[in-house]
Design a binder for this molecule. Structure first.
Ligand SMILES: C[S@@+](CC[C@H](N)C(=O)[O-])C[C@H]1O[C@@H](n2cnc3c(N)ncnc32)[C@H](O)[C@@H]1O
Length: 299
């Protein structure tokens, strides 16, 4: 096991991720360690396992890291979505900074099941940053802690960050401030994406770019269910109605029940026939199952 982790470390160090201190170090089957995932966040390690117990081998590995590193453990099979637990090293402060291609984000190991950034979206964040320019207006739906908004705003766009959760909107504002973005020049909406997209369309408030990265399943305050495989097409149609001429959509999903080809068909069916689609692979440190599907739609 330790030997395999060392091989994974060597592979990651050769990837040239560039000014990035947070990445997937071990990706299960892709690194010949099925059910074991290790993410590095600016020197702190998050070990996730799909089994309910932690093997002696893994806990020994965490305790004997040189130089010693803080390691937390997360069970992927849990239903109560608790924060990871500390298994070695000193505890981390509640929100600590990470860097990704020169952009800074706040990460937390104490705010529940997710840590504040999805490392598998790194290349999509770069794509958004590369596409945006001053004068653009970008809507980041299902925004979580606003990482896509930070990238768009850094490139000069005026962003609208939309999420159901006020604590995540607050976190998004802190991420912006961390990067020197004036939050008073950006927009934030709390509420349901479906509701807001219809409202924006009625108001003729159009965007240069819209990011759609919904959870596989969610239920809004009124109990209305979103299920990616059933409702993604409708989401794309609603977003398309809010695009300015020549605008773009970034559509992503980690729904394992949707294959790349089915996702492509769903998106294609919901956009104008003249639109151009490009599909993107996952970042190179994600060597295992290719669950994240990403499509850029240019209208
Ligand atoms: C998978 S995360 C999105 C990750 C984010 N796109 C990123 O890359 O950082 C899902 C987010 O969607 C939000 N959410 C779930 N259902 C929603 C809805 N109907 N409308 C708006 N936000 C929603 C959740 O609060 C959560 O922050």
């Amino acid at each position: 096991m330790v030997g395999k982790i060392q091989i994974s470390e060597k592979i990651r160090s050769d990837l040239g991720l560039g000014d990035t201190d947070s990445f997937r170090l071990v990706d299960g089957i892709g690194d010949k360690m099925p059910g074991i995932y290790i993410d590095e966040f600016a020197g702190r390690r998050l070990l996730s396992t799909s089994s309910s117990g932690l093997s002696l081998e893994l806990s020994d590995w965490a305790s004997n890291l040189l130089p010693p590193a803080t390691t937390y453990w997360k069970r992927l099979d849990q239903t109560d979505r608790k924060s990871p637990i500390l298994i070695s090293g000193p505890p981390v402060e509640n929100h600590f900074e990470i860097a990704e291609r020169g952009v800074r984000y706040l990460v937390s190991f104490q705010s529940g099941y997710s840590q504040g950034i999805f490392l598998d979206q790194r290349d999509n964040r770069t794509r958004v940053r590369d596409r945006c320019q001053a004068g653009d207006t970008v809507l980041n739906t299902f925004a979580y802690t606003g990482a896509f908004s930070v990238c768009a705003a850094l490139a000069g766009a005026t962003t609208t960050t939309l999420d159901l959760s006020q604590p995540y909107i607050d976190w998004a504002q802190r991420n912006m401030e961390l990067n020197g973005i004036d939050v008073s020049s950006q927009y934030f909406c709390k509420g349901d994406t479906f509701h807001w997209l219809q409202r924006f369309a009625r108001q003729k408030r159009l965007f240069t770019g819209i990011i759609l990265d919904p959870p596989t399943f969610s239920r809004d305050q009124d109990g209305k269910v979103f299920q990616a495989e059933d409702h993604y097409g409708h989401l794309v149609s609603l977003a398309t109605a809010c695009l300015s001429p020549g605008g773009w959509l970034l559509c992503t999903t980690n729904c394992r029940r949707l294959s790349s080809s089915l996702f492509d068909r769903i998106v294609r069916a919901a956009i104008p026939a003249r639109a151009c689609l490009s599909q993107f692979p996952m970042p190179p440190d994600f060597t295992g199952e290719q669950y994240l599907k990403s499509i850029l739609v240019e209208t």
